[in-house]
Design a protein. Structure first.
Lengths: 791, 221
């Protein structure tokens, strides 16, 4: 396909030349994946073939656009309306998300628009309708936006299953994936189910550097508050700045710190996932209108609408992974040919090294990314149930179709059968549900036993399982909620406790009708700012770079002088960690023995290693008392010294401990809840469904314990264990760490080493207490009894 | 698994960590809300296919309590079955296990709102609407003093949600004994009305007494 004259004229009238990649996409035959930096006219490139084709008449839906964000679909609809109007095209473009009105949805079923803009979840819902073959039968094009983001989680896996379904319904459909810069474009193309990769000109190198600060980074901690005034000075010089911070709690604290120093009252906003949707939308609108000079944000702003006015990105805290850093940098300056400007603020001394290593990687365009592994089976279970909602299906046809989805291209017949069995019968060793199967096989086709079940299954669509959230509101006043906190966080609050939300300190008054009631406490220091949320671990490649940088004194001149001196001192008193060598140190401190293991395997893996190693230490009588894990090192303290860490790091012993420990761990229960919800074993809690006074449903922990006891080989437990190994437990990275360890180098020291010193200051210590929870409950009950005079 | 001894309406009783109530003087063992057959009922209604092991899990725990206390009489305080059809559909293995447990003792099924109908003929014991013998036993709290179930009380202690007994001056409310049963917080208005002030006995590694509705004290986790 070539660009027709009227399109060429349109570009000329705008004073534009089509980008080469826009033309390449137009000329490509078959499926394509476009890799282009932000601001590269990616979306227009994706839609250009559609617009050209729709200059000719077409019946039914022609193009389906899928984006991870609802907000993006609305934005695209607006952006497309201009060329469509200018070109005089007669095209109906509509969006379809969870927010779309029921009447509009009903009409779209009967009379689909030419171009439909939607999200993965809404697409899955539409594919579960009996009318799906008619709605999508004439589809010619599919555009998948922000594919790099979708490919990072189960939403992408679900989308790829839906794509396989679309290709079965509309065999002539052409797929275009749009992605920001990624480390391995071919891998992303494989994820998409194959296709030709088109690389756009990546544009000029970004202008990126460490932010010079008036005082050096502190030894430990993660807040970056020492640099607040330096950050403010940068904000003052720029038009609009996004300040990225890694966690919500840190964002709240940094926001408070920056306002405390904001003598000029620059308009600075806050944006993160715990704020209410209204609060976030207000900030987004103010940004779009150019009313804010800066916004303090978490990953909640990693994607989304382009703000042309953003000319500076500041990353506070180590970026943890190079690819994300590059994508965040791309948020600054959405003009294609201007370099993005970004500054990095390490939060502590270790992070100075990590930031230096990350900057090198950015300059070398060496991106990282830990591959996700094959498509998860819980998502497949949901897909099978939704397929049954649309109508009876042949299992062999479905198996062949599913294997056309990139993440499932290596799916075995055995795993598919296990998922189908789970969907149909529950998959229990005790075949209890012969009469009440969810799916029945009749005439060679699987179908719903009770068609009314389709409604419940559709309510359960999606792969995002939210923690139970509670709204936070001012007591005795109406108005919008301030935000939401996780129920588990609310459960730890006592009347009078203060915490930060939406940039203000509030006092916890109580829980009423499932709403956390608070009053304003502007004068008091917040006691807590913890809404758990996951902490991301430093990527494998970046960890390796950090280790290599530390271990190579000839490169220490790239580090700030104080950091280089610190490492030189370490080399003097002990030794430097270096590639191939796992360095550990034992030293006494304040009457306790400490063991530091410089594993460079990321926080999650080192946390797991801490649990496994202390377990062995307990067995051999070294009396471990607690441990602490960072992205770089593990610190364990005990009554007796570890003189030889080798037995503690024995791979087989660790594996054995894992099987035993993993099963009882709270992390596993959390993973199980997600897996069981996605697979359709338990219903998700829908908003508004929970009311005060009703009996709460029993927790998924009970199902987990029951399964472990009576059906330990059940599919759900297998999926849970697989997921935990790769995710929060991250045992794969412990294995990786041991595999790259050629030898151990253990030092017995008479006092804390320079490298270990910052670890002593870190927060997040995990006490080892077998009966800890029971003792806590006992102590609390006793105190209450004593207070009530009942002892 | 240490139990907690207390008095209610002048009788010495024992709250067991399992959630069962034992009356040592009579050697009666009382359990509320077994909800046997719950997963079967969910499946029959087209809902999730939950792990079908909760009846076995509940019976295992009940068997352990009977072995530990050797009661003369066992009382199921209503909602023994998740509905009447679930009671009728119990597999033979379950009926046999219950018959073996009932060997040499009386077994009374107080009817509840879930299981108001007739008893599965394969099951031991007899049905009663309520029982008054020194103490009054019924499914849902009525005119006190009485011993009842129905509400599945639970409370939070050090961040964990635990099933609990709830004891006031008029009512003693038992926790649900069944495996797949949710709960109602003791400070819910419904339970507050029945027991404005009293004692909750939480079912943890042992039975832990905790005051409820006492004059507002500052709680520390």
């Amino acid at each position: 396909m070539t660009l027709p004259p009227r399109f060429q004229d349109w570009f000329t009238r705008q004073g534009w030349q089509p980008h080469p990649h826009q033309i390449a996409l137009l000329q490509a035959k078959g499926d394509t994946l476009l890799i282009a930096p932000t601001g590269g006219g990616k979306t227009l490139a994706g839609f250009l073939p559609t617009l050209v084709e729709l200059a000719e008449p077409h019946e039914g839906m022609h193009t389906l656009y899928v984006s991870p964000l609802k907000a993006l679909t609305a934005d695209i609809a607006r952006n497309l309306s201009r060329p469509v109007a200018d070109l005089g095209l007669d095209i109906r473009i509509e969006d379809r998300t969870g927010d779309t009105r029921a009447s509009q949805r009903a009409r779209q079923k009967v009379d689909p628009p030419d171009v439909l803009l939607t999200t993965p979840e809404s697409l899955a819902l539409m594919l579960s309708y009996e009318q799906a073959p008619r709605i999508f039968g004439g589809l010619r094009r599919v555009v998948l936006d922000e594919l790099h983001a979708l490919a990072e989680n189960k939403r992408g896996d679900q989308l790829m299953l839906c794509l396989a379904r679309l290709k079965a319904l509309a065999p002539d459909v052409t797929v275009t994936g749009l992605s920001a810069t990624v480390e391995d474009p071919q891998r992303l193309a494989d994820f998409m189910g194959g296709g030709q990769v088109i690389n756009a000109d990546p544009g000029p190198d970004p202008d990126i550097a460490m932010l010079p600060t008036s005082q050096p980074a502190p030894w430990a901690g993660g807040g970056g508050h020492y640099a607040v005034r330096d950050v403010l000075a940068q904000v003052k010089q720029a038009t609009t700045t996004i300040i990225f911070i890694n966690t919500r709690a840190q964002a709240e604290l940094f926001f408070q710190a920056i306002w405390a120093a904001n003598d000029d009252n620059l308009p600075i906003g806050l944006h993160h996932g715990s704020l209410s949707r209204e609060a976030r939308q207000r900030v987004e609108a103010a940004m779009a209108a150019g009313e804010l000079r800066a916004v303090v944000a978490t990953g909640s702003l990693d994607l989304g609408i382009d703000w042309g006015a953003v000319d500076l990105v500041i990353q506070v805290g180590a970026p943890k992974n190079v690819k994300r850093l590059v994508q965040r940098i791309g948020r600054a300056n959405h003009r294609y040919n201007a370099p993005s400007r970004a500054r990095i603020v390490p939060a502590n001394r270790f992070e100075v090294i990590e930031c230096t290593a990350a900057l090198q990687a950015v300059r070398e365009r060496d991106l990282d990314g830990d591959p996700r592994g094959p498509g998860p089976l819980d998502v497949l279970c949901q897909h099978i149930l939704l397929t049954a909602c649309a109508g009876p299906f042949d299992p062999d046809d479905l198996f062949r179709e599913v294997r056309k989805a990139g993440p499932y291209r290596h799916l075995t017949q055995e795993d598919f059968d296990a998922c189908l069995d789970f969907a149909a019968t529950g998959g229990y060793a005790l075949r209890a549900y012969d009469r009440w199967q969810r799916l029945m096989l009749r005439d060679g086709l699987w179908r719903l036993r009770d068609p009314r079940a389709a409604r419940d299954l559709r309510m359960n669509i999606g792969t995002i399982v939210e923690a139970e959230m509670l709204k936070v509101r001012f007591r005795g006043r109406g108005g919008a909620p301030l935000g939401e906190v996780e129920e588990s966080f609310a459960a730890t609050l006592e009347t009078g406790d203060t915490f930060l939300i939406g940039g203000q300190t509030v006092r916890y008054d109580g829980l009423r009708d499932m709403v956390v009631e608070v009053t304003k406490q502007p004068t008091r220091e917040p006691k807590i700012a913890v809404f758990s949320g996951l902490k991301m671990a430093t990527s494998t490649q970046l960890s390796h770079r950090v280790q290599a940088l530390i271990g190579d004194p000839t490169h220490h001149n790239t580090l700030p002088a104080d950091t280089a001196e610190w490492l030189a001192l370490q080399a003097n008193v002990s030794t430097l960690p270096r590639p191939g060598v796992l360095v550990s140190e034992s030293f006494p401190h304040q009457g306790r023995w400490h063991l530091a293991v410089y594993g460079f395997a990321g926080r999650n893996a080192l946390q797991t290693l801490g649990l496994l190693m202390t377990r062995v230490m307990e067995e051999v009588g070294l009396a471990p008392l607690g441990f602490l894990a960072t992205d770089y090192a593990l610190l364990i303290w005990s009554l007796d010294p570890v003189t030889d860490p080798a037995p503690l790091l024995d791979r087989d012993a660790l594996r054995e401990g894992l099987g035993d420990w993993l099963g009882r761990n709270a992390v596993m229960k959390r993973s199980f809840r997600n897996v069981a919800t996605i697979a359709g074993l338990i219903q998700r809690n829908l908003p508004g469904q929970r009311k005060s006074g009703r009996q709460a449903t029993f927790s998924s922990d009970i199902l987990y314990d029951t399964l472990r006891r009576y059906d330990p080989d059940h599919l759900m437990l297998r999926i849970t264990a697989d997921e935990a190994r790769r995710g929060l437990v991250d045992f794969d990275r412990i294995e990786e760490m041991l595999a790259r360890t050629l030898r151990l180098d253990h030092r017995m020291l008479d006092r804390v080493s320079p490298l270990a010193a910052p670890l002593m200051l870190e927060k997040g210590r995990v006490p080892i207490a077998g009966q800890g929870r029971e003792r806590l409950a006992e102590a609390e009950a006793e105190a209450l009894m004593a207070e009530a005079g009942l002892t | 698994m240490t139990p907690h001894d207390f008095t209610f309406d002048g009788h010495g009783l024992q709250a067991r960590a399992s959630g069962a109530l034992f009356w040592p003087e009579r050697r009666w063992l009382v359990v509320a809300d077994l909800h046997l057959g719950k997963s079967e009922r969910m499946a029959r209604r087209g809902g999730s296919l939950l792990p079908p092991y909760e009846t076995q899990a509940t019976l295992d725990r009940l068997g352990a309590e009977i072995a530990a206390t050797d009661p003369v009489t066992v009382i199921s305080l209503g909602d023994g079955f998740d509905d009447d059809a679930a009671g009728m559909a119990l597999p033979d293995t379950v009926c046999h296990a219950l018959q073996a447990m009932a060997q040499g003792r009386d077994w009374i099924w107080v009817s509840g709102n879930h299981d108001p109908g007739a008893l599965n003929p394969k099951l031991p014991g007899q049905v009663a609407v309520e029982l008054s013998d020194g103490l009054t036993f019924r499914h849902e709290a009525g005119r006190g003093p009485d011993v009842s179930g129905h509400f599945h009380p639970c409370l939070r202690l050090a961040g964990q949600r635990l099933r609990c007994f709830l004891k006031g001056s008029d009512h003693l409310i038992l926790p649900a004994f069944g495996a797949y049963t949710g709960g109602l917080a003791v400070d819910d208005p419904v339970l507050r009305r029945l027991v404005p002030q009293g004692l909750a006995i939480a079912c943890a590694h042992r039975a832990i007494p905790v005051p409820v509705g006492a004059a507002k004290t500052r709680r520390r986790a």
